[in-house]
Design a protein around this ligand. Structure first.
Ligand code: HEM
Length: 270
């Protein structure tokens, strides 16, 4: 995996490269499990016409008589599976260099999906009652805006053949698109560390801890990418070491959150 991940194209010190590759490997495994959950719960039950089972892990998946809401939810789920599988593949250098045609087609699908999943998500967030209330809707809206901005810039620089800049925006896009996955994993990590739901109300799904987690999941990864690019290009060993240690600590937290989310949220609903 190490030689096939996102850092391979640019020279960077070993520790930074290794830490990013470990991070990416954990993220790929975690997103693959999330994709299996999406396909199992929403895909299999949807194809079987058993739409009520969409509500096993979300309160407003299938709402009788809300035809448009259900259509947008189904579209949102179909694209969620597509991008959760296609996103990591798009960043793997080996896939890029061995299957350039796949990279181009998958890239187009990923970009179009970024807009459609965000617009469908915005409809669900504002036209239905959403878990997390107003704060949840505002934060996910910021995430949708970030996704669309990163997608526009990734396309713009790909068309201009400025591939190094395109790659940076593609990584930012991947991080923004992974926001909902980060949120689930960070939340389950938080619950595991505190041995329960601390800092928010489980019934209303609102509270300060969730606002912090939304920020860490939906916004900060995109901001952090900028620091990472700067540290990598700066050739300052101290900055690179600091970023590497941060990535390794974060990866440990993500690994814990992924295990807890898999065991407590995704596997039981399959
Ligand atoms: C881009 C990657 C995204 C993925 C992979 C994704 C995935 C999912 C999944 C799997 C669910 C069902 C709930 C569950 O079983 O956990 C869901 C629900 C939902 N998503 Fe997304 N989503 C993404 C982006 C967005 C965006 C950008 C928005 C808003 C603008 C959004 C808004 C919603 C809403 C409102 C629901 C309904 C459930 C609730 O009340 O929380 N999603 N999404």
């Amino acid at each position: 995996m190490a030689s096939s991940t996102i850092t391979s194209t640019v020279k960077s010190p070993k520790l930074l490269k290794t830490s990013v590759n470990i991070w990416f490997t954990v993220v790929v495994i975690g997103q693959f499990i999330f994709a299996l959950y999406i396909l199992g719960v929403y895909g299999v039950n949807g194809l079987a016409g058993d739409f009520e089972r969409w509500n096993a892990s979300t309160t407003n998946g299938y709402v009788p008589k809300d035809i448009w809401g259900n259509v947008f939810f189904a579209l949102h789920m179909a694209l969620a599976a597509v991008i959760t599988i296609g996103g990591p593949l798009q960043l793997m250098k080996k896939v890029r260099s061995k299957f350039p045609r796949f990279h181009r087609i998958n890239g187009r699908i990923y970009i179009i999906s970024a807009f459609v999943i965000s617009l469908a998500g915005l409809y669900l967030a504002w036209m239905r009652t959403m878990a997390g209330g107003l704060a949840g809707a505002i934060f996910i809206t910021i995430n949708a805006m970030l996704i669309m901005i990163c997608a526009i810039y990734a396309v713009k620089f790909a068309i201009a053949r400025k591939l190094a800049v395109h790659r940076k925006w593609a990584i930012r896009l991947f991080l923004a698109m992974s926001g909902v996955w980060f949120f689930r994993v960070f939340l389950m990590g938080w619950i595991a560390i505190n041995q329960g739901p601390v800092g928010f109300d489980l019934d209303t799904f609102q509270g300060p801890a969730l606002n912090v987690l939304y920020t860490c999941s939906y916004i900060l990864p995109v901001v952090f990418a900028g620091f990472y690019f700067k540290a990598k290009e700066s050739k300052l060993p101290k900055a690179q070491k600091a970023i590497s240690i941060f990535i390794l600590l974060l990866t440990t937290y993500i690994a814990v959150g992924t295990v807890v989310a898999t065991m407590g949220m995704w596997l039981p609903n399959l």
